[in-house]
Design a protein around this ligand. Structure first.
Ligand code: MSP
Length: 510
């Protein structure tokens, strides 16, 4: 296993205000980044904003602003979202920054030098909403496959020789079977490429909000070639001798929504191979959320506003729901009922009560300090071992972005622990066998410690509070400490008064 990890979100178009889709993609990356840090890896987690192109230029005009002032204003909304959701990105890139412009122009120069770019004329369909060229056979009833309107475009344009790369892309997919996940999406991409690729228009001349083509400033570079390059700009490209580039490229994963997989799994690796740059190790396409069974759209007025979501249910609760409710990669439905069910059943009842019961009993019956255990019996050992095994189990699930399975494995141990409390009935042992009670309470507190270390990637605030309540030092909260005998709770350690960390959602009486 490598000791470093580079994870990226798509960079978001600034024409729109942030919605659940943006928050979801970044959340998935945040959980990965936090997990890999827990696992002792050096992480680079990149997010940012996509600020060029016709769509953003049109939005700026509609607001009566020049594109640069418009993007300066609206890109802060994406930073604010990242702050409100406490995302732990290490870098936030904007495509209007100098470091990015330099990288895009350098990549262009490479493609030109390798003979992969030529000048021609584009005549075909374009969708401004998707910022995508669509082939004739992809247009149905005047709409792109995404449902976006298209317009006919005819203009001088540079082309990238994508058609020449189909065979090498297929070879790359074959040699790297988990380059594209999930598998069903991979198969779609393979079929698309097997169908043959057209050369791709990579410059526009009908507007100027973009990065000029080196040596031909009548053209601006196609916004997707521009945007995709952000993953390289942020690690210092074209300075390939820079520490960041050497350490972090190729990226371990580009996380994207299913709607933008083609750009990331076909165009991007082709550009990179043509420029002599290694493709990323993985592109993962996640599914889309609906709201109470309905497609989310501005015109339906059912957009889920990320700030509101967190204000209503709480940040850890929303994180848990989004990562647990849906097998990652599939589409999911957001509903108030399902959200409340998850937060009350899994968090408040199962995990929250377990911790609260265990810690309150310790507080009351063991003089507010970690109790001294006697010999562990088979039930104690079974529970402690199950909790220790979570290190490897969650690691395996996170390697393939199976957040839901990681959480399922953790909650199986939460369930074991709750059954253990009921079976051991420490409140009975208090009178009949206090030494055994102390062993049971120790086992429980130690199990909660192990759980709380692992849950940090998913419900970070509550986990940190649990670890505080167990007086676990900040430097002993890594995955390596889960089953480490030296990291076990020390008998006699004073503990603060326990407090619940997962409030229940109570419906308004009205
Ligand atoms: N700017 C491009 C990405 C360039 S990356 C080099 C872009 N931007 S976007 O703002 O439209 O990004 C949207 C992201 O949010 C995509 O990953 C998309 O899949 C995701 N979602 C938008 N609506 C969504 C849902 N309803 N549900 C889940 N995610 C969805 O595309």
């Amino acid at each position: 296993m490598s000791d470093r990890y580079y994870v990226t979100t798509p960079i978001y178009y600034v024409n729109d205000s942030p919605h659940i889709g943006h928050a979801y993609t970044t959340l998935a990356c945040d959980a990965l980044a936090r997990f890999m840090r827990l696992d002792g890896r050096e992480v680079r987690f990149l997010t940012g904003t996509d600020e060029h192109g016709q769509k953003v230029a049109q939005a700026a005009r509609a607001h009566g602003l020049d594109p640069q002032s418009f993007t300066d204003q609206v890109s802060t909304r994406f930073r604010d979202l990242a702050d409100a959701w406490k995302f732990t990105h290490d870098d936030f890139i904007r495509t209007t920054e100098d470091r990015h412009v330099r990288a895009v122009q350098a990549l262009w120069a490479k493609l030109e030098a390798s003979g992969d770019i030529y000048l021609g004329t584009y005549a075909g369909w374009y969708s401004v909403r998707d910022e995508a060229f669509w082939a004739e056979n992809e247009i149905h009833d005047g709409l792109a496959p995404s449902g976006a309107p298209v317009e006919w475009v005819e203009e001088p344009s540079y082309f990238f020789r994508l058609s020449a790369w189909a065979e090498r892309l297929l070879e790359h997919y074959r040699a790297n079977p988990d380059f594209i996940l999930p598998e069903a999406r991979r198969n779609e991409v393979v079929r698309f490429v097997e169908g043959g690729l057209h050369d791709l228009s990579v410059s526009r001349t009908s507007f100027d909000w973009g990065i000029p083509v080196p040596g031909d400033p009548d053209h601006v570079i196609y916004v997707w070639l521009d945007a995709l390059t952000n993953y390289l700009s942020a690690v210092g490209y074209p300075d390939t001798a820079a520490r960041d580039y050497e350490r972090f490229w190729p990226a371990d994963i580009h996380m994207v929504g299913k709607d933008i997989l083609r750009f990331h799994a076909v165009y991007w690796p082709a550009f990179l191979m043509a420029a002599g740059v290694a493709p990323p190790r993985r592109v993962f396409a996640h599914g889309w959320w609906t709201n109470e069974g309905q497609k989310i759209s501005k015109s339906l007025g059912n957009v889920i506003e990320p700030h509101e979501l967190v204000a209503t249910y709480g940040l850890d609760q929303v994180r848990y729901f989004l990562l647990r409710e849906v097998p990652f990669g599939q589409d999911g439905d957001f509903s108030h009922r399902a959200m409340v069910h998850r937060m009350n059943a899994d968090l408040a009842n199962d995990y929250g009560n377990l911790a609260q019961r265990a810690l309150s009993m310790v507080h009351k019956n063991c003089a507010a300090a970690v109790p001294e255990p006697a010999a562990f019996d088979a039930a104690d050992t079974a529970l402690l071992d199950a909790a220790a095994a979570l290190r490897d189990a969650t690691r395996a699930h996170m390697e393939v972005q199976a957040f839901h399975k990681g959480l399922e494995a953790i909650w199986a141990v939460v369930g074991d622990a709750n059954r253990y409390v009921d079976a051991q009935a420490p409140w009975v042992l208090k009178k009949s066998d206090p030494a055994r009670m102390r062993t049971v309470l120790y086992t429980l507190a130690e199990t909660v410690r192990r759980l709380a270390v692992v849950t940090q990637a998913f419900v970070p605030d509550a986990s940190a509070r649990l670890l505080d309540q167990l007086a676990v030092p900040a430097e002993a909260r890594l995955l390596a400490h889960v089953g480490d005998p030296a990291a076990r709770l020390r008998p006699g350690t004073p503990l603060p008064r326990p407090e619940g960390v997962f409030p229940r959602y109570v419906e308004d009486a009205a």
